[in-house]
Design a protein around this ligand. Sequence first.
Ligand code: ADP
Length: 649
Amino acid sequence: MSLTKKIKYKYIAFGAGNFAVIVGLLVIFGWYTGNWQLKSVVSGYTSMKFNTALCIIFLGKSLILNSVHFFRKLYVISLACTVLTMIISFYTLLEMFNVVGFSIDNLFVPDRDIINPGASPGRMSAITATSILVTGVAFLFIPVYNIRLQKIGQYMLHTVSVITFVVILGYLFNVEPLYSFNISTPMALHTAICLHLVSSGASLINYKLGITGLFTGDQIGNILARNLFFKITIAMIVISYLDIYVEKYRILNTGVGSAIFSVAVMVLSFIFIWETSKNVNNLQQKKDLINERLNLIFEALPNALVMGNSDGKIILVNRETEKMFGYKREELLGKELEILLPQRLHAAHPGKMKSFFVNPFSRNFGSNANLYARRKNGEEFPIEIGLTPLKTEDGLVGLASVVDITDRKTSEKIIQEQLRELKIKNQEMEQFNYIASHDLQEPLRTVANYITLLEEDYPNEIKGEISGHLSAMKHATTRMSRLIKNLLDYGLLGRNKSLNLTDVNHTLNDVKADLNSLVKKTNSVIITATSLPTIFVYETELRQLLQNLINNAIKFRKKDTAPVIYIGHDLKDNVYEFYVKDNGIGIEEKHALTIFNIFQRLNREEEYEGYGVGLANCKKIVEMHGGKIWVESNGDGSTFKFTIPILKP
Ligand code: ADP
């Protein structure tokens, strides 16, 4: 809200600046062309002098630049404009006191209109020069960071606004002393209007300061001031104008005129007071409503809210506090805050509270802070707490929002416990896997050795059917030994993993190089559909993953069809989704999940050799990265897809 307000005021200041520049330019044009309307507005009245017009243009320009957002470069130009105005007005004042010899009054154009006898032609009036000088000085203070100087500048602008307002009224009421102040030649009407707009507009730049702040604020007083000031001013001007008119033309005798004037003022005052009190009442009602709603929210909040003053006394609690701590509201109000804390924390609490009031900013203490509170029945419980300082009529108070985190702590503890158990189980599994695979190899080796011994020792007896049986046994033991090795490798996969920033294009090139002879033998074509990303991965494992998938894509090719494999990726919701698409034999949907289990194979060994471990490895590798792997197949080959989230080491 305050931002839009700020912009609105800057626009007004900008408009005032532009108005002054345009009027100043018109007057200068008037001086060069001899047009009296432009110079004096009303025939026979004082003209705006050429130098005054220059000053008004410079002040207007400076105001425009000050109201536009502040750039260093623009600042220099606005400063130059301000200084020029100050020099011209100050020099003119010096001329008045005969301090300087050279006159700048008719420097640009000669002034031949003798409207005020005795006045130096072409010289601005003393009030004009002073007002311009004061405005110039105030302009210097607008952009400074020192608030006191800004305030001084603001009051200087107010002074000019008041003087010029009186001059304008003087012209309106046609009362000469008001526009000449009886001490100098009069200020021209349009000079007064321009200076009034410039000084009032400039006071909007630091709109919170000085009298401007009274009109721009958001409090009830400010709203009333805005409403009343303009109404009263206009009403008084109208009444005064009528009064002067009546007196001048002697329409009523003096007594009657004054009486009517007083009655009019009283009636108007009454109307304004009536309206104002209605407004105040309305605002009060709204405030009460807001308070009531706030109270409802305060009571309905699921957190315990406890307000304490700087003496450490509880001054307000909500319903949840009663529920959480087991006290009735009356038992808490006015008591020390320590009543809600475990005994062992009582001694340290006043010191902590003091430091909060010395340094009153909002702070949160989460579950890591290990804070505890105490219920009426003496039970301690873990809490999370947020502290906020609040300014109230009774001074600074602290509002504590308390959450009972017993349940969360319990679940955290359970999860920690389960994690620990899982880790132990995992270690046990790894150990078992290792020992089992190792020990199983031993009897297998013995069987294989005995087969070799039989073949060597009985070359004559072993032939025909027996020889066939023995070589089947040999084949079975070799396969069993491979299976056990694969199982061992699967168990060890990713043991010493470390994340590395890897260009997946490079990894793929390495894999292609390794598979080169197979690719050539099978006339396979591998197409990289998109340039692959550079990401954090477990590099060795990723290579194994790609190798398995490409190897399968070639292995499970259709007879008489050369494999064509597409590899690419997409970035979806901050996760890289890779795919390896082939034109092979495809996979039935019902097997889409089971093929990722260890030792799961769909084809006979004679057709496609293998052990059913490759995809299980792939799954483990992808899950190690926190990703997912799946297959999509439509009969025309299969597409293996896997995701790798964006990881950081
Ligand atoms: P292996 O390749 O050693 O048999 P995998 O675990 O790599 O074991 O694959 C499991 C099974 O999934 C394979 O036996 C095969 O039936 C099927 N399969 C894997 N990749 C493909 C593919 N690209 N096209 C068709 N079937 C596949």
